[in-house]
Design a protein around this ligand. Structure first.
Ligand SMILES: Cc1ncccc1N[C@@H](C)c1ccc2c(c1)OCCO2
Length: 114
């Protein structure tokens, strides 16, 4: 029984780290383009270009519904937010710059947490 308890404890501690990381991403001054899903009725072309939309509110819902099994699966969705941003937005644009800033901030957070 100890082994089962051990696996679930690691998952719980990894998920606790994900909650802290997401809270810090959401609180960043440049998080505004990523807080809610992109409305493809407002942003023309988005649905065609971006095959796997992702945003911080969707990550928050998945985390609350226990849909992340490890820090790695959580990181996959966070990096998807930034990869989508780079694909759709010019580097030299408000949203493009915010995406680069947020990805740098996230990479620095991960260095601290390791
Ligand atoms: C991350 C992203 N990539 C490409 C386009 C948009 C967005 N973000 C949305 C929330 C967004 C960001 C800024 C906006 C907006 C919607 O709607 C019109 C006014 O300005």
């Amino acid at each position: 029984c100890y082994k089962i308890a051990q696996i679930s404890k690691d998952d719980n501690s990894q998920l606790a780290v994900c909650r802290v990381l997401l809270a810090e991403l959401e609180a960043h001054k440049d998080a505004w383009p990523f807080l809610t899903p992109v409305n493809h009725k407002v942003i023309l072309g988005y649905r065609k270009v971006i095959k796997r939309p992702m945003d911080f509110s969707t990550i928050r819902r998945k985390l609350n519904n226990n849909l992340y099994f490890s820090l790695e699966t959580f990181m996959g969705d966070v990096n998807l937010v930034f990869d989508n941003c780079e694909k759709f937005n010019e580097d030299d644009s408000e949203i493009g710059r915010a995406g680069h800033n947020m990805r740098k901030f996230f990479d620095e957070l991960l260095q601290l947490k390791k």
